[in-house]
Design a protein around this ligand. Sequence first.
Ligand code: NI
Length: 268
Amino acid sequence: MRALPSASFEITVDDALVSSFRRDGFASIERITTDEEVAWLREVFDELFAERRAGIPGGYFDLSRPYDAPGPDHLPQVLFPELAVPELRRTQLHRNARTISAALLGTDAGDLQSWGHLIHKPAHHGEQIPWHQDEAYWEPHLSYVAVGTWVPLDDVDLANGCMCFLPGSHLGEVRPHRHIDDDPSVHGLVTDGVDPTPMVPVPLRAGGATFHHPRTLHHTPANTTDRQRRAVAAEFQTQPTPRDTVDDRPWVDAGKAAWAERSTLDHR
Ligand code: NI
């Protein structure tokens, strides 16, 4: 693997970004890092997917099909790439995403933990990610203060799977979710009955970034183009704290049981 480019990319967070994030539950910027670093990130991304290598055992899987299903993946994901490639924590992208997340949350950057994932939408058959809230994936007995950061490594629009958000949806509760195809061995979740009318698509050039609240309803369309769509995502959050009341999220337990049954956990 090539050395991480050394050029720095300084960023300033303006008040408009913070106020739109708090009002709408999402925000975006045109650039979060340099073209050179985007090129380096593409190389890392391609290598990890080619080797199906993730930061934890079993951390490579198709989000939209049962774990370890045969055939080409439609929506492959790599969990915790920073554990496989520690340089990912030394990028301009990582530093700037932390700085912006702290400003959006009104916390100190030093108080934020982070974990990442990479999502690939291959040309022509990259599957959609249906409407969901990220917090629906997480522990129902914990309370989260978090920002989801998302950086495309290829130019994105509606045709190849840009982010689409529902403004103001972060102000609601975590909705009921279910596993795609009602199959807990499919990692991806969906919530039904979403009115997509107010949807805001966020087309971006490679190296731009979106930021969203863990309760913001969002989805990405299928990739119908001959262009691949690679994206680097990371969650920045304070230490989660116990909730006073525990939400009923049976899909979380069902998903954990399906994950634990995977036959490949020992050797990936
Ligand atoms: Ni999401």
